[in-house]
Design a binder for this molecule. Structure first.
Ligand code: GUN
Length: 291
């Protein structure tokens, strides 16, 4: 069994990005600048956004964090987005999700300039991704493609089963892996909460991408031998023995599934760190596109 080490791979990618940034600076070109907007104080979101800002510092990017209170109106948030849209120094920015319930998420994502949409959530960029045209691929699916590529996991002709149909992971992952691309050419089955006979389907999979948000959902009896498993789940379960008061649990019962796996991602240290590295990669691309 080979562990798909996202921590190490993302560190490698960040090192490559840092070298590119150094080269831009040495050539008198612009330093990439990522901005993030966070509304409210959801614990997990604050942690993720802080990690993104810290990662910017590590690779030599400029970063701007805009914290807005929970009561921020949709109009106020749209104003902040417009400021970032027209600020020439900002190469890319993200609006951390989820947003408070009184704000229409779709309206917000559509307000982001597609050229600065390093999350790849704008419908224009989702459409380009679906058509296999150059665009920003969302960080989580992009990170999974990169992890599979760097560990030489064969996807061509394989049966990939994606668990979950979210706009952020399940849906783009299904589209990307079925496309004609370096990591792609797979036969993809997408399963979700209404899928019947799920176990019959997962037992046919060569590769499973688990992105349903149910801790330890995928058990050993649901997979065949030599499976490759990508675990996108990160649920915080209360655990008083931890300093943080919680432990992170994926969508896969790791210990038992790992025994049958050729390749598997751990949680934490698998897909999570890759996501941040690919957000940086998209920001670098946005900056390079301009110069
Ligand atoms: N919330 C969970 N994942 C993401 C992500 O990739 N980008 C943003 N903006 N919010 C998220």
């Amino acid at each position: 069994m080979i562990l798909l080490d996202g921590k190490k791979t993302s560190a490698d990618i960040k090192e490559e990005i840092a070298l590119d940034v150094r080269e831009l600076k040495d050539n008198g070109l612009k330093t990439p600048h990522l901005a993030a907007i966070i509304v409210g104080h959801d614990g997990a979101s604050v942690t993720y956004v802080n990690a993104k800002v810290k990662a910017c510092e590590r690779v030599g990017f400029e970063s701007t964090l805009i914290r807005l209170p929970e009561e921020t109106t949709e109009e106020e948030l749209l104003n902040e987005i417009e400021i970032l849209n027209i600020d020439n120094d900002i190469d890319g920015f993200i609006v951390q999700l989820p947003l408070p319930k009184h704000i229409d998420e779709q309206k917000i994502l559509m307000a982001v300039n597609p050229d600065k949409d390093v999350d790849g959530f704008h419908p224009t960029n989702v459409g380009k991704m679906a058509l296999n045209l150059p665009t920003f691929i969302s960080a989580t699916p992009f990170g999974i493609l990169e992890l599979l590529e760097r560990y030489n996991v064969e996807t061509s002709g394989k049966h990939v089963v994606v668990l979950g149909r979210s706009h952020i992971v399940g849906s783009p992952m299904s589209i990307l892996l079925s496309q004609k691309r370096k990591v792609g050419n797979a036969t993809v089955t997408m399963c979700h909460s209404r899928t019947k006979n799920l176990k019959e389907i997962t037992l046919q999979a060569d590769i499973i991408v688990a992105a349903i948000g149910i801790p330890e959902f995928l058990k050993a009896d649901m997979v065949k031998d030599h499976i490759t498993v990508i675990d996108v789940g990160i649920t915080r379960l209360a655990d008083s023995s931890k300093k943080s008061g919680f432990r992170l649990v994926g969508d896969v019962a790791f210990d038992e599934v790992a025994k049958k796996a050729d390749f598997i991602t751990p949680v934490p240290g698998g897909v999570g760190p890759m996501t941040i590295a690919m957000l940086l990669k998209n920001t670098l691309l946005a900056c390079q596109r301009k110069s």
